[in-house]
Design a protein around this ligand. Structure first.
Ligand SMILES: [Zn+2]
Length: 290
């Protein structure tokens, strides 16, 4: 089983995770820019974070044979903080970088006017930079958040096939299915979407434009839930080709629209993950930050 996790925050994970992911078949990932868990206090904090998403983290992933790409944005939560908003002016510089395959995560957290403004501005950036957009949907008041997100997407003029609405569930899937947008599902260990629930949605709605991710970060999450979903699909009678479509070909097709997805040399389903040695600006992953 070859796996492309289209949404995972590896900066907050360990090398043990990379090892287990590679052993489970994860060969490629996309890491969206998101918040820290605590407020950032200046735009400079984003500069270092974005630099690590296109520098150190792809290097670290490469040590385990995992190909790493990133999406860059001011996330919805931080769009409300006046100390963070100036980062919008820094984004164009990052959206031109090779490893950046979309604008994201953008969208709504609490659906404030500030979030409206940042969301629309960043969809315009996606259009201007010819990139897809990754839209986070709020965890509270989800249906209203999805409806409002779809309205903002429609207003922006971005082609729906270049947008994914993420963190969907049984209720919100219906709102997005016929819009032409892609549908993202985050599989969590004990709340929200689980592998069996995901299988039911795939039975009901098919595999087209469906993306499955672990959204693993510094909270309770599990980077192997993509694999668990593939196993649950097989157990439910889906074919290996169906699994490959959902867990590999769909994310490749979606992020491939950036023209920047580079999967050359990535080991195939049965190939051993090819770890690479070396250093990134003089640092290896052999020891911690001492
Ligand atoms: Zn996320």
């Amino acid at each position: 089983m070859r796996i492309f996790d289209p949404h995972i925050h590896m900066t907050s994970r360990t090398t043990d995770d990379y090892e287990r992911m590679a052993a489970a078949g994860v060969r490629a990932i996309v890491e969206p820019a998101f918040w820290l868990g605590q407020p950032r206090t200046s735009p400079a904090s984003f500069t270092d974070y974005f630099d690590s998403l296109i520098g150190w983290e792809p290097f670290r992933a490469g040590q385990f044979g995992v190909r790493h790409h990133a999406t860059i944005a001011l996330n919805p939560k931080e769009a409300n903080d006046p100390r963070c908003r100036p980062v919008l002016d820094l984004l164009p510089r990052y959206l031109d970088k090779d490893g950046v395959v979309a604008v994201g995560e953008i969208g709504y957290d609490s659906m404030t006017p500030e979030e409206d403004e940042a969301f629309a501005a960043q969809l315009a950036l996606a259009v201007a930079h010819d990139l897809p957009a990754l839209v986070h949907t709020p965890h509270r008041d989800k249906a209203r958040g999805v409806e409002r997100s779809l309205a903002v997407v429609a207003e922006s003029g971005i082609e729906p096939g270049r947008v994914v609405l993420d963190h969907l569930n049984e209720v919100t899937v219906k709102l997005v299915r016929d819009t032409g947008c892609w549908l993202g599902f985050s599989i969590y260990p004990d709340t929200k979407m689980s592998p069996p629930r995901m299988v039911e949605l795939l039975k009901a709605y098919g595999t087209e434009r469906m993306l499955v991710n672990s959204a693993a970060d510094w909270g309770r999450s599990d980077p192997l839930l993509t694999r668990a979903t593939g196993e649950a699909m097989l157990a439910a009678g889906f074919t290996a080709d169906d699994v490959d479509r959902v867990l590999w070909r769909n994310p490749v097709e979606f992020y491939g629209q950036s023209g920047r997805l580079d999967l050359t040399g990535v080991a195939d389903a049965d190939g051993a993950a090819g770890a690479v040695g070396g250093t990134f600006e003089g640092n290896s992953i052999l020891r911690g930050g001492s």
